[in-house]
Write a protein that binds this ligand. Structure first.
Ligand code: FAD
Length: 502
């Protein structure tokens, strides 16, 4: 029998105390609150056959980041007289058992638009509704269908000035946990993984405390916030990244995007002049909500087939090229260095992501954006279903952006920001002694120079997998043909049509 005074707070991606309406509601009038996180094998279980080394769904850096976030949350809950109960198993089954065994009266959790979570939530909600358990899972209504209507919605005063949920100062105790195998936060080893090597570990530590510290540091310089203009940042800056690196904290909800939004707004009110969306810092946050809303309103958003906003393009299949891209062996140092940063840090600057995504798809290799998306999905610490898919659709000119003639050069684009190639030297130390004239095109260095730099191209570092000039020309041609077909058939391109273009 559900008891109205016992609540379960189901933590998923809102791993914080600040601005957490679900936690606030769980605590209100309750005698007991059970704060629960469920380790989901779907994301966490090691899978030796996975295409990317690491795990089945999430790379080890992201798992580590999540565990750090849980440790931080547990510490914060302890300060309020509670603690985090970590359970393991298929979350729907685990939750239903919790609801039954602990006689939960109120189930509170953050709304999630991702299809995997929608299905999971339906299962839990249907059990809860027949058992008389109250559900609290706030969401913002139906999604707008276009960027313009999204901007109109975002411009409404109610959006900007919604009061933040208050930070909770104490929590009711946890009730009896009965027969449950409740544990503390596990380590990566306890989850069945080897520890990451020191030089493979992301420099970004998970957790709400880190998120708030990083936010304070990022916005301390009001001029910087006011003048933020996205395409002007330097993608090769790694000692001090050109953007906030708040994405992994937003992804896990260690930072409330609403709180971040209001902090930027407060600064904008206090300065004379500031940049505006889409290029401003506020504009960046709007992009993420834009992708959430479009993804939520678009069936099959994460695939080409059956996705009404996605151009049907006859991408090539070539696993050898795909693996070369994934494993930093394309022979283009700018591309390979970015992919090393992805593997080691799980984060790269937005324009660096542009470079490698364009190279894989419409720029050079003409491989399917879904394959690149999968690699990013495992290795990014900020990997987010809607944002990752949305940006891959964009970068491959499959949706949102259609100027397929504008291709990033894997040679001159990086050089513009970092002519000495310091970024490449850092992430690809095999090229650290290559003179700067050749660092972006080491295959053009005379053999005497290669010997002196202790890096023979074709032996110590690969030759380019394609010639950029001819590959990009061919990509433009293929995209042109595919676009013409999409236009004629109004987007309804069949598998046979695609095969003909292949
Ligand atoms: P800042 O410039 O400081 O921006 C602040 C916040 O705004 C970010 O943390 C992020 O939440 C949001 N934001 C910024 N740019 C974008 C954008 N283009 N789209 C949506 N939201 C944005 N971002 C993710 O968070 N998760 C992903 O899985 C992801 N995959 C991507 C895949 C590709 C192919 C590309 C090109 C971009 C992807 N991005 C993704 C978007 C963007 O690159 C990152 O959000 C950004 O680089 C994160 O760094 P930051 O926090 O310093 O950003």
């Amino acid at each position: 029998m559900a008891s109205g005074s016992t609540s379960l707070m189901w933590f998923r991606k809102g791993l914080r105390l600040h601005d957490n309406p679900s936690l606030e509601y769980a605590a209100k009038g309750s005698k007991f609150v059970y704060p629960v996180f469920v380790i989901d094998p779907h994301y966490m279980e090691p899978d030796p056959t996975a295409f990317c080394p690491g795990s089945s769904k999430a790379g080890l850096n992201r798992i580590q980041f999540l565990l750090e976030s849980l440790v931080d949350l547990d510490l914060s809950l302890k300060k309020l007289g509670s603690r985090l109960l970590v359970l393991k198993g298929e979350p729907g089954d685990v939750l239903i058992r919790c609801l039954k065994e602990w006689s939960i009266g109120k189930l509170c959790f953050e709304y999630d638009t991702e299809p995997y979570h929608q299905a999971l939530d339906e299962k839990v909600k249907s059990y809860a509704s027949v058992s008389g358990v109250e559900i609290f899972s706030p969401n913002g209504g139906s999604p707008p269908a276009s960027y313009q209507s999204f901007l109109k919605l975002a411009g409404q005063p109610s959006w900007a000035s919604t009061p933040l949920s208050t930070t909770i100062s104490s929590l009711p105790p946890i009730g009896n946990t009965g027969s449950f195998a409740v544990s503390g936060v596990p380590t990566v080893r306890e989850l069945g993984y080897e520890d990451l090597r020191e030089d493979e570990r992301t420099p970004f530590k998970g957790g709400e405390s880190e998120a708030l510290k990083r936010l304070r540091e990022s916005i301390a310089n009001k001029e910087w916030v006011a003048n933020f203009e996205k395409p002007k940042g330097d993608p090769s800056a790694f000692l001090k990244p050109a953007t906030t690196v708040l994405s992994p904290y937003l992804k896990f909800g260690c930072l409330s995007s609403r709180y971040f939004y209001q902090c930027i707004q407060d600064i904008q009110k206090r300065v004379k002049k500031h940049t505006s969306p889409p290029v401003s810092l506020l504009g960046q946050l709007l992009w993420s909500d834009f992708f959430y809303t479009v993804a939520f309103g678009t069936p099959n958003f994460d695939q080409m087939k059956g996705n009404r906003i996605c151009k049907q393009i006859p991408w090539k299949n070539d696993d050898e090229l795909l693996v070369a891209w994934r494993d930093s062996r394309t022979g283009f140092p700018w591309i390979d260095a970015i992919m090393v940063q992805l593997r080691k840090w799980g984060w790269m600057h937005h324009l660096a992501r542009h470079s490698v995504a364009c190279f894989l798809t419409r720029g050079d290799l003409f491989l399917h954006w879904e394959k690149g998306r999968d690699v990013f999905d495992r290795l990014l610490i900020d990997s987010d279903w809607a944002i990752n898919n949305g940006n891959w659709l964009w970068l491959s000119c499959s949706s949102f952006f259609y100027q397929y003639n504008r291709i990033y050069s894997p040679i001159s684009f990086g050089k513009k920001y970092d002519p000495a190639g310091n970024y490449i030297r850092h992430f690809l130390p095999i090229l650290k002694d290559m003179p700067k004239e050749y660092i972006y095109e080491p295959w053009t260095a005379p053999i005497s120079v290669q010997r002196k730099a202790r890096c023979i191209i074709g032996v110590d570092y690969p030759k380019p997998v394609v010639s950029h000039d001819s590959a990009s020309k061919e990509c433009r041609m293929r995209l042109g043909e595919a676009y013409a077909l999409n236009k004629t058939l109004n987007g309804l391109v069949s598998e046979e049509d695609l095969n003909e273009l292949r």
